[in-house]
Design a protein around this ligand. Structure first.
Ligand SMILES: C[S@@+](CC[C@H](N)C(=O)[O-])C[C@H]1O[C@@H](n2cnc3c(N)ncnc32)[C@H](O)[C@@H]1O
Length: 375
């Protein structure tokens, strides 16, 4: 009998070989990209044929673990994207989207253009039978947020297959755990989990890494299961998961739980509007509120917020500079004492002093505003 809601210190192939029945409703696999990253156990520089054969093995093993209505997401870099797409087809998977996650804060290069994207393949086992909670991921169309066009669908639109709203988790971000070299942002996994699985489903990550997939699954009331080769990372994942509370219906009218506030902030950051726009347009605010409530529903919450409550909370968060997409560690007293308006006085992110890294795991935070809110 499969024990759920845990991470196992194992090679994913060994562990998957022991599973007799398909068990996963959603698989998110973010393997090492074979580009020489420094992991503590895994050697990320293998011969092409060796890496290719291994990729085929784990895709086939995951395919066997996928339920007939399941979804299988694979993150991969340019070097092996074409191979993964074809191996997915060979494994009998149907491609629904080839998403490009375009991130900011990519690593700089000297003699070629800097890498700023990752491929996210969204496969399903059955092209006609799968979960897709469209309301949970709807966002504003440009007709709504830019052109004030009456023809706009008030329900908003589905996000494009190029995701540009989620920055990479770089070294200075508060979200960064600090003990894993390539932590995915929780916002990317939140979108995937909310859109392509249901409350109570089983989410599996064969390359758990820092545990981001498992954190998102736990937070949004899915069961989770992960395998990870490194015992040190497994310890880190267990610590991280122990701090996660599933989002709950604790909030009563007029009251907000921290998890709801966090989801409100994430919804705002990916919406691409300013609070002033929401304040001026009841239609836009109503639509934003629907998007936020739909996420709560997909996360299993009954509590729905009225537009006025959402507006009141957004306004108070804006006044306290709590709406920033990026929350950085307060590395130095100097940075902590720089008021955000001063930090962004030139209007460019480059105006912020580069902070020194602090060694503590969860330092205090200082919020920097979204550029949209600082102009
Ligand atoms: C790109 S990282 C995953 C990062 C993860 N998505 C996150 O957000 O933290 C890949 C991970 O796969 C692990 N790994 C490599 N080979 C593995 C294997 N055969 N079985 C399980 N884990 C493996 C590595 O130790 C590494 O932590």
């Amino acid at each position: 009998m499969l024990k759920l809601d845990e991470v196992v210190n194992s090679d994913c192939l060994t562990w998957l070989a022991k599973q007799e029945e398909p068990f996963a409703d959603l698989i998110f696999a973010d393997p090492p990209f074979n580009i020489g990253y420094q992991y503590d156990v895994y050697e990320d520089r293998r011969a092409y044929d060796d890496y290719y054969a291994w990729t085929e093995q784990w895709i086939t093993a995951c395919r066997r673990a996928l339920k007939p209505t399941g979804a299988f997401w694979i993150a991969i870099g340019d070097d092996y994207a074409a191979e993964v797409r074809l191996l997915g087809r060979k494994a009998g998977l149907h491609l629904r989207n080839w998403v490009i996650w375009h991130y900011t804060f990519g690593q700089q290069t000297k003699l070629k253009f800097a890498r700023s994207h990752t491929h996210l393949f969204y496969f399903v086992a059955d092209a006609r039978s799968f979960t897709f909670n469209d309301e949970a991921v709807r966002t504003f169309s440009d007709r709504q947020r830019r052109y004030n066009d009456r023809r706009a669908n008030p329900a908003g639109k589905l996000p494009d297959d190029t995701w540009a709203e989620f920055p990479r988790v770089c070294g200075t971000f508060a979200e960064r755990e600090g003990w894993h070299p390539c932590q995915m942002p929780e916002t990317v996994l939140a979108r995937i989990v909310l859109a392509t699985s249901r409350v109570g489903d089983v989410v599996f990550d064969p390359f758990a890494g820092s545990g981001t997939t498992l954190v998102a699954a736990k937070k949004y009331h899915r069961h989770y299961m992960g395998t990870e080769l490194s015992p040190e990372y497994v310890d880190g994942i267990r610590r991280r998961l122990a701090e996660v509370q599933p989002i709950a219906d604790l909030a009563t009218p007029g009251d907000w739980s921290p998890a709801h506030v966090e989801l409100l902030q994430a919804t705002y950051c990916s919406a691409g509007v300013r609070t002033s726009q929401l304040g001026e347009s009841p239609e836009l605010l109503e639509s934003f509120t629907q998007h936020f409530n739909a996420k709560l529903t997909a996360a299993g919450c009954q509590r729905m917020y009225a537009a006025a409550e959402v507006w009141g909370r957004l306004e108070s968060m804006r006044r306290r500079n709590e709406l920033a997409m990026i929350r950085v560690h307060a590395f130095e007293d100097r940075l902590a004492s720089v008021r955000p308006a001063e930090a962004y006085s030139s209007g460019a992110a480059g105006a912020v002093p580069i902070p020194r890294r602090r060694k503590t795991r969860r330092p205090a935070e200082v919020d920097l505003p979204l550029l949209a809110d600082s102009v």
